[in-house]
Design a protein around this ligand. Structure first.
Ligand code: BGP
Length: 467
């Protein structure tokens, strides 16, 4: 029997400002760290990306045509405040008003993130979220947006706090390319969770209309075997990448169990972190004020005990089988030969999403409601005379829809799903060959072509039946 998604389930498409807008140096926009970083690497550029800065009306019209109820997008902080604070760039403000007006015209709901990996460069260079002063600037920027963009109902504070911290300070795949610094990773996680809490409290105390939440990247960690050592390694990985964030979001503090595991990771790397107890006042206040949790989920991980030094190879080329992930004090994420993987070595395991949803319902019962804010398949799509048969993507999304439907049956409140991505966009460390969109973009001409998946998605949206 075909499964069904809930009747009012929102079907969306996700984007992020820096990955789709292009036009990174026009109309007074301030710089972000990526601008210089990508030039230095010389691999690809964020211009013109999907040229959403100019083509937004085309993309929003496509949403309407393909029954995509909502577009997840982010505001670029440095378009509004080129230096991160102080002087306002009115052209940036106007631009987002135009985008929201277009959404309204086409009946497409904007689902807006305030920060998606793009801290203004001046603040980034000054320590990004390791610098407590920047928390104040983020909260001021958030407040400005709540006041200004009354067209927006759904707000997310941050996109993926764990990948921000770990890509910047543990894996070094994002600027400033610091590796294996657990103390910086934990400090960044905590400071961003505190910034989130403060923004939520400003939103609720300001009585703005709408809903607010945070988008976390949550991917289930399973032990590589039933041995005690492997189970402990999985628990360590889980504590840092999942529990730390969900505890902060829904308890407003870190449980003793979480802290014990996180401190064990720090100790193995001869580091410590002090957290100011005062922060928990704001965090506790915010912990029952989240209207929703956004979950980005692409796969799952199997973790094995590992005693050696940290070693990494992040597959950014789509050359299958090249990934290495061994972190001192945590463990090794292994390759499961028996499970399907993408060309970028991401393990495809839809049951991981089901297990995650059930776990949240049980362990964080005040979660309120969940949106799957990202899920999708990075793929080397083949373009044949305007036709893109992306059956693998359809299959991937179908299996994840089935997991969501199963979780809903078990009483988890999942209110919507945003495929990553609405149209092809540029991928932070993989460039333009790793495509995710429902709409194919010829990056030379900027022409959009609906893929087979777009037609399938439309059918599911109309019928809520998972075919
Ligand atoms: C998430 C980010 C997105 C997007 C996606 C796919 O971590 O929120 O911005 O990039 O992952 O990742 P990638 O482009 O590395 O394949």
């Amino acid at each position: 029997m075909l499964k069904k998604l809930p009747k009012d389930f929102i079907m969306g498409g996700a984007t992020a400002a820096y990955q789709c807008e292009g036009s990174t140096d026009v109309d007074g926009k301030g710089q972000v760290a990526w601008d210089q970083f990508l030039v230095e690497k010389g691999r690809y550029s964020a211009n013109p990306a999907s040229d959403f800065y100019n083509q937004y009306a085309v993309d929003i019209a496509l949403c309407k045509k393909f029954k995509i109820d909502s577009i997840r997008m982010s505001i670029s902080w440095s378009r509004i405040f080129p230096n991160g604070y102080g002087e306002i760039n009115h052209k940036g403000v106007e631009y987002y008003h135009k985008v929201f007006a277009e959404c309204k015209k086409q009946g497409v709901i904007p689902f807006v993130t305030l920060h998606h990996f793009d801290t203004p460069k001046s603040l980034f260079d000054d320590g990004d979220f390791l610098n407590r002063k920047n928390i104040d600037y983020f909260v001021d920027y958030a407040k400005f947006c709540f006041e200004e963009f009354t067209e927006v109902y759904y707000w997310s504070t941050f996109n993926e706090i764990y990948p921000v911290a770990s890509n910047q300070y543990l894996l070094g795949s994002f600027p400033p390319e610091v590796q294996f610094d657990i103390a910086k990773t934990v400090t960044c996680l905590h400071n961003m969770m505190y910034a989130h809490a403060r923004a939520v409290n400003v939103f609720k105390e300001g009585n703005y209309a709408g809903e607010i939440g945070v988008v976390h990247s949550l991917e289930t960690k399973y032990p590589a075997s039933e041995s005690l050592k492997d189970r402990h390694a999985a628990a360590l990985d889980d504590a840092l990448s999942i529990k730390f964030l969900l505890d902060a979001t829904y308890f407003g503090y870190y449980s003793p169990e979480t802290m014990e595991l996180v401190n064990e990771i720090l100790a193995a790397n001869s580091q410590t972190v002090e957290i100011d107890e005062e922060d928990f006042i704001e965090m506790k206040k915010a912990s029952n004020r989240n209207d929703f949790l956004g979950i980005n989920n692409y796969g799952s991980h199997w973790v094995k005990a590992y005693d050696g030094e940290s070693k990494l190879h992040y597959n950014t080329t789509g050359e299958k089988g090249t990934q290495v992930y061994q972190i001192k004090g945590i463990g090794e994420r292994i390759v499961r030969e028996d499970l399907p993987k993408t060309d970028w070595d991401w393990i495809i395991y839809p049951k991981g999403l089901y297990d995650l949803l059930i776990r949240i319902k049980n362990e964080y019962p005040n979660y309120n409601k969940i949106f799957i804010t990202e899920n999708g398949l990075g793929y080397k799509d083949e373009f044949e005379e305007g036709i893109i048969m992306d059956d693998a993507r359809i299959d991937y999304v179908r299996q994840h829809f089935n997991s969501i439907a199963d979780a809903c049956e078990e009483g988890v409140n999942v209110a919507g799903y945003f495929i990553w991505s609405l149209m092809d966009v540029f991928s932070w460390v993989n460039g333009y060959t790793k495509r995710y969109g429902l709409f194919y973009i010829d990056f030379e001409t900027q022409k959009r072509y609906p893929k087979e998946s777009a037609y399938w998605y439309k059918f599911v949206s109309e019928t809520k039946t998972i075919i």
